[in-house]
Structures are given as structure tokens and as C-alpha cells.
Design a protein. Structure first.
Length: 279
């Protein structure tokens, strides 16, 4: 089983069909894991176990969804990596405090599916159509998850042609995730374009309430991006950053391969030109 399948099988065993019934403390108790809350330095959660008992220590947060994701993450370690001890990060793509990245990704996947199991989460996403951040916040509230965990799960389920991205106060791209059906040929700009609505939010504090139509060349470095339109919405995030959700239209999903973007370069005859080495 994958980590996600393992988590969702547990939800099914408990007969849970409503997000409000996902009681992580009860699930942890059943698994022999005691949950404690303490201030931690350098990590968001730790797990220490012996035989069939363990203690998961969670760093308190003003965002209950972050605490719950940490609990789910540690339950994932207990289910899949029993016998090891962990000092773990949170559900942020740009925060990784451990060299065991593959184990952490597996625990993240477990937590994501445990908190937002597909049979419950996927229909809820479909009801929103093309959700903006106000809708995503409501969705996160229904599942008692953080905004960022909800965004990552929305991309993972591959129902909507969506890209989520985060830009720094210096307007630089920090990270992005895309649904599996979004073609890799679309390369995000590394810096916010002045033509984007996110730029207006970053520099002027002007935020739209719902996704708005936007020319794709405000977001992608592809030469043909100006031939396409898409939907954009953005919202303030922690430490002055901006979260962005982009919805690609159908024409963008079926656009021809772009040979000269993102470091790819080809001759007129289609031969690949490798990048010049730096000596």
C-alpha cells in the first residue's frame, strides 16, 4: 500500500464518512500513541516509541490545522517507520529539517490522506468549481486543516487543472506544486510580473475576492503564453509572502510541446543543444 492508501484504509476501518468525525487524538490512542504539546526548538514535532507505545510531542500553534497535520505526520511515522525516532518539519514545501526526505514525504502523504481522505475530500472540492482562497479557507475549516495543507492536497488529487505557488516579499518564486494533468511545458516566471494581480497585492495591497481572468504571459515564460488566458487568485501568506492559485484553461492543457523554455534549447532541426558548461 502507498502511504495514502494506508491512511485511507484506516479511515475506512473506523467507518468515518464525515470530516468532522476525524478525531486524531482518538486515532492516536487506538494506535498506542500519546499526544503531548510542548514548545520545541528547530522542529514542529517529535516521535519517540518503544515496543507498541509511543509519545508524539507537538509544538503548539495558533493554527489548529498545523497541529493536526503534525499529529497525522507522526502517526504516519508510527504506522510506517516504527522503531525510529524523528524530529519533523511541518506541512510547508520549503521547510525540511531532516535529511531523511523520503521518509518525511511518506509521512506527509499519510497525514494528508488521513486528514483529507479522498472519498470525503474530493467531492467537497468538486462542489466549489474553481475555488478562490476564500473558498479554500472554508474548505480548510471544514476539514480542520491549514490553508497550505489544503492547497497541496487539492493539487495532489488532480481534479482541477491547478498550480499553487508561493512568492517571497522580494517577489521571487519560492515553491510551486501542480496537478498531475498540468503539462510540464508550462514554466512559471521566477519573479512576479507587474501584469499579475498578485503583484498588485504584493505592492499595493489590492486583493480580488475571487479568481480573475488573466493573460498567461503574466505567469509563464513560454513564448506563446500571450496566446492563452487563465484564471488567477492570490492571498497574503506568512512573513509577507503571497500564495497564488492558477487555473489553466483547456487549450493550455493541450498546447503543443514548447522546445525552448526552462533551460531546454533546440536547433531548427530539433536537435537538443546542451547548456554550456561553466569553467
Amino acid at each position: 500500500m502507498t502511504p495514502g492508501e494506508l491512511a485511507e484504509s484506516l479511515i475506512a476501518q473506523f467507518g468515518i464518512v464525515d470530516a468532522r468525525d476525524i478525531d486524531l487524538e482518538a486515532i492516536a490512542m487506538d494506535a498506542g500513541v500519546a499526544i503531548e504539546y510542548q514548545q520545541l526548538v528547530g522542529c514542529e514535532a517529535t516521535l519517540a516509541g518503544f515496543k507498541d507505545k509511543a509519545i508524539a510531542t507537538i509544538r503548539p500553534s495558533s493554527v489548529r490545522g498545523r497541529e493536526r497535520f503534525s499529529i497525522g505526520h507522526e502517526l504516519g511515522h508510527w504506522a510506517m517507520h516504527r522503531g525510529r525516532s524523528f524530529r519533523c518539519r511541518v506541512d510547508e514545501p520549503d521547510d525540511n529539517l531532516t535529511p531523511a526526505k523520503s521518509l518525511e514525504r511518506a509521512a506527509d502523504q499519510y497525514a494528508s490522506h488521513l486528514l483529507m481522505p479522498g472519498p470525503i475530500f474530493n467531492p467537497a472540492v468538486k462542489e466549489f468549481g474553481q475555488p478562490g482562497f476564500r473558498d479554500i479557507e472554508a474548505l480548510a475549516g471544514n476539514f480542520n486543516t491549514s490553508i497550505i495543507a489544503t492547497c497541496l492536497r487539492m493539487a495532489n488529487i488532480n481534479i482541477l487543472p491547478v498550480i499553487f505557488a508561493c512568492y517571497s516579499p522580494q517577489r521571487r518564486l519560492l515553491w510551486h506544486v501542480r496537478a498531475a494533468d498540468v503539462p510540464a511545458r508550462w514554466y512559471l516566471l521566477n519573479s512576479l510580473s507587474e501584469d499579475s494581480l498578485a503583484y498588485d497585492l504584493m505592492t499595493k495591497g489590492q486583493q480580488t475576492t475571487t479568481p480573475r481572468k488573466q493573460s498567461a504571459d503574466a505567469w509563464f515564460e513560454n513564448d506563446d503564453a500571450g496566446n492563452f488566458e487563465m484564471m488567477e487568485h492570490s492571498a497574503p501568506y506568512r512573513q509577507g509572502c503571497i500564495l497564488v492559485v492558477l487555473y489553466l484553461n483547456t487549450n493550455m492543457l493541450f498546447a503543443r510541446f514548447d522546445p525552448s523554455v526552462g533551460g531546454r534549447r533546440y536547433t531548427a532541426q530539433g536537435s537538443y543543444v546542451p547548456p554550456r558548461s561553466i569553467r
